[in-house]
Design a protein around this ligand. Structure first.
Ligand SMILES: [Zn+2]
Ligand SMILES: [Zn+2]
Length: 265
């Protein structure tokens, strides 16, 4: 097979599936056959034109797949514990950021702030094609082997879960804190799972969609609030004996919920 199908964002609001040659790889790169790719809110913003990106471009940065070809100079790559020999057929996911590894930011472990950072699948000044395609080529050093017990579907959630984990780290939830989570979409529900590990005294979830409230309740929220029916600020004060939540996590991304977040703390 020489060709593949790829979904190109040609201009805001227009995605076209094109038949193009499977990318050829450089000596430090790996060709991955994409198994799953999630749709991130950033993809939606780029599609709508509310997040700038050079077009045409293949979006998609939350993915998993199988190694199909390995560049001449690639012998090993990372798993959870270190470097392992690379094999065709290995199941992988990737960090969708190509960093230089040498600048001050990279040396401090902040690869996302690299001076010459390139994005995979959008959201950056220099953008490499992403995984809304049958194949993607990537530098071997941004690939990670999926543990055997993780499915491709869960593998495609690794990047977004890592983003959530970073948010949880920044939130500094302490044992016994009351935590309010605004929004129980995909990211909100992932955050909910991570909040539980921090040992909060109570988790309150404010979410306007009833299906999501049900999921949040089933996954361990102590209280769920419908902000369309009750004033969420008053309700949170009531639940927390007038104190407000110790930690508020906003997982919607609207000016209104950001304002609420401050009032409910
Ligand atoms: Zn994303
Ligand atoms: Zn760098």
């Amino acid at each position: 097979m020489k060709n593949m199908e790829a979904a190109y964002l040609e201009r805001p609001g227009k995605i076209v599936v094109r038949r193009i040659p499977i990318p050829s790889i450089e000596e430090n790169e790996v060709l991955v056959r994409v198994a799953r790719c999630g749709v991130c809110m950033t993809d939606v913003h780029m599609y709508k034109g509310s997040f700038p990106v050079k077009m045409p471009v293949i979006l998609g940065h939350e993915f998993s797949g199988t190694i199909k070809k390995v560049g001449e100079k690639v012998t090993s790559y990372a798993n959870l514990t270190g470097q392992i020999p690379i094999k065709i057929g290995d199941r992988v996911s990737a960090i969708p950021i190509i960093n230089c590894g040498l600048c001050p930011a990279c040396l401090r472990g902040k690869s996302n702030l690299c001076e010459s950072v390139q994005a995979v699948g959008g959201a950056g000044e220099i953008v490499n094609n992403g995984a809304f395609a049958q194949y993607i080529k990537l530098p071997a050093r941004i690939l990670y082997k999926l543990p055997d017990n993780l499915s491709y579907t869960i593998g495609a959630f690794i990047e977004v879960t890592a983003c959530c984990l970073h948010g949880i780290d920044l939130s500094r939830i302490k044992l016994g804190d009351s935590v309010l989570l605004i929004g129980a979409g995909t990211v909100g529900l992932l955050l909910l799972e991570l909040i539980k590990f921090q040992g909060p005294s109570q988790i309150i979830v404010s979410e306007g969609i009833s299906e999501r409230r049900k999921l949040a309740k089933a996954r361990g929220a102590d209280f769920v609030i419908d902000p369309m029916r009750t004033d969420p600020v008053n309700k949170v004060k009531e639940i927390t004996s007038g104190q407000g939540a110790d930690v508020v996590i906003e997982a919607v991304g609207s000016p209104q919920t950001t304002e609420q977040a401050i009032q409910m703390a």
